[in-house]
Design a binder for this molecule. Structure first.
Ligand code: PCA
Length: 206
């Protein structure tokens, strides 16, 4: 059975909930056809988000890692292609830190691609009747920061030798959030949870 670490963030930017956490929190301990899921929460904080993820990876020793974040304003489940070596935030993180044009790793590569089967995941989610898309930008806030940190580590020992794969999925607001944010699109937690499970199984079967 493939062990999958799924993460979601705590609320940020004055929202009382984070759609990603509401969706993934209920997946802890769930077994699918292909996977055994362990869920961890990640703080919406530069730096700490990456160290918390690394801690979770060391504890759980997963074969696959799927990080999930909220992208208010997007209308589909967005499977991210790449994390870039730049933090440039419109709003401070949950520790009050604002980063502007700040490299994540001054010696690091410009970007790292997700190693999830992005195209197959998007097709499988759409096949289940849930809107999904490939995305070529995870933004320049904490989600991109985490994706960059994840993929940088998966290139290193022992993760690379073990063939551990990972990547990032952005999700729209929940309906209750869209009700407070004028004209924002939304998807229900149930649908997005189904999409995340499809992503997990598709990643495990590849
Ligand atoms: N979304 C933010 C950070 C935390 C989250 O859920 C982002 O898109 O960067």
């Amino acid at each position: 059975m493939t062990k999958v670490l799924v993460t979601g963030f705590d609320p940020f930017d004055n929202e009382p909930v984070n759609a990603a956490w509401e969706v993934v929190r209920e997946l802890d301990g769930v077994q699918t056809n292909a996977a055994e899921i362990v869920v961890r929460q990640i703080p919406t904080v530069f730096g700490d988000s990456i160290s918390r993820l690394y801690q979770a990876m060391d504890d759980v020793q997963p074969d696959v890692i799927v990080c999930v974040g909220q992208a208010g304003g997007r209308s589909a489940v967005s499977v991210e292609r790449i994390g870039v070596n730049m933090s440039d935030a419109r709003i401070p993180d949950n520790n009050g830190v604002s980063l502007v044009e700040a490299p994540i790793d001054t010696d690091g590569a410009d970007g790292y691609f997700s190693s999830l089967p992005v195209r197959s995941i998007v097709e499988a989610i759409r096949g289940a009747g849930i809107p999904a898309e490939e995305s070529w930008s995870a933004g320049t806030y904490v989600c991109n920061h985490l994706l960059y940190g994840l993929m940088r580590r998966l290139k290193q020992s022992p993760w690379a030798e073990r063939g551990v794969t990972g990547g990032f999925i952005h999700i729209p607001f929940l309906p209750e959030q869209a009700a407070r944010n004028k004209n924002a699109p939304s998807l229900s937690a149930e649908l997005v949870r189904k999409a995340v499970l499809i992503a997990v199984d598709t990643a495990c079967l590849k």
